[in-house]
Design a protein around this ligand. Structure first.
Ligand SMILES: Nc1ncnc2c1ncn2[C@@H]1O[C@H](COP(=O)(O)OP(=O)(O)O)[C@@H](O)[C@H]1O
Ligand SMILES: [Mg+2]
Length: 332
């Protein structure tokens, strides 16, 4: 049976590695002396990822990208919704088995590595989880192989994280994730903290690793320019909601949601001729607080196309052309 399930194409069920259905993550936050309010960091998000693809996720800081990535891995428990990995719901399951299949590369390579451990300790501990090395020598060999795989000099075997640059630290983080030999990796803004000159190297390496190790990525970025190249498809988030989801090329060629159009118009273009003629759409107004989101459509307070319906009904993602989903009453 073909299955559309927000994969963007008729995909056989076995082609889908991960399916996220109506995922919600609410944080109870104290807003007064006694009063508590739910901060809706992720609010009813659904998507599927096919084996071998990269789903890019973009949106402004605070829109819920990290929470989405962490909740998908159950590093934080979802408030509601379902997460299906290889055809099985992982909700309520012992995550031990899944920790070997699903990994994360963190945004901050400085904070995510234990400063008291050497590179070989950090990678070695990950190898120990899978018990894939039978002796000390094999373990050492595996650590060296992984270091080489991510472009780290084997001579750095006994060095500590503070002895490395940001880019090198992120390579350590990637080696640690790969040590478990996962099928799926959440890359949470893996290059945002790095110098622009280093970013492409790391992104290219992640792409090569995807090919050779048959990986599937959820690749988070706050910048559309970074995800364009690496992503098969891209989902755009706003205030905890997924507002548009389609193929990478389609998103750039034919963005439908007014928010996506605004994000795209903010990307600098190298060619000044194109820059001059391209209409820049200003993102008006402030990002509302997720503690007090607008009624109806989350984007309506900043949207040039807002109508009375937008104040009342929250638009859900609908497919407006094959594989192109948008949550808007007035577009598509
Ligand atoms: N542990 C937490 N407790 C309360 N609020 C949180 C927590 N983690 C994240 N948030 C809030 O959830 C929203 C989404 O945060 P996050 O997922 O980090 O966004 P992004 O990664 O897109 O910048 C923000 O408003 C943030 O303040
Ligand atoms: Mg984040």
């Amino acid at each position: 049976m073909p299955d559309r399930n927000l994969t963007g194409q008729d995909a056989a069920k076995e082609d889908i590695l991960l399916e996220v259905k109506h995922l919600k993550k609410y944080f109870p936050v104290r807003t007064g002396f006694i009063r508590k309010t739910d901060l809706k960091a992720v609010d009813d998000v659904s998507f599927s990822i096919r084996r071998g693809e990269t789903l890019g996720i973009v949106g402004e800081s605070g829109c819920g990208k990290t929470t989405l990535g962490r909740t998908v891995l159950r590093l934080t428990e979802p408030t509601d919704g379902d997460i299906i990995y290889e055809g099985q719901s992982i909700i309520g399951k012992d995550m031990k088995e899944y920790r070997r299949k699903m990994q994360i590369v963190f945004q901050d390579p400085y904070a995510s590595l234990d400063p008291r451990k050497t590179v070989s300790d950090i990678i070695g501990e990950a190898i120990d989880i899978t018990k894939s090395a039978s002796g000390k020598e094999e373990r050492r060999e595996k650590i060296l192989q992984l270091m080489q795989l991510v472009g780290l000099n084997p001579e750095f075997y006994n060095r500590f994280p503070h002895e490395f640059s940001g880019g090198q630290r992120q390579r350590i983080g990637i080696a640690r994730a790969l040590a478990i030999d996962p099928g799926f990796i959440v890359c949470d803004e893996p290059v945002s903290a790095l110098d622009v000159s280093i970013q492409a190297q790391i992104v290219n390496m992640l792409e090569e690793l995807q090919e050779t190790r048959k990986l599937t990525y959820l690749f988070i970025a706050h910048d559309l320019a970074v995800v364009k190249h690496i992503s098969t498809r891209i989902g755009v988030m706003y205030l905890g909601h997924m507002v548009e989801l389609t193929y990478s090329a389609q998103l750039y060629r034919h963005p439908l949601h007014p928010y996506t159009q605004m994000l795209l118009s903010a990307i600098p273009i190298a060619n000044p001729d194109i820059s001059a003629v391209r209409k820049r759409i200003r993102l008006e107004g402030e990002l509302p607080s997720p503690l007090n989101p607008p009624s109806g459509c989350p984007f309506r307070t900043r949207c040039p196309r807002c109508t009375s319906q937008c104040c009342e009904d929250t638009p859900s993602l609908r497919e407006v052309e094959p594989g192109h989903f948008v949550a808007c009453h007035n577009c598509g």
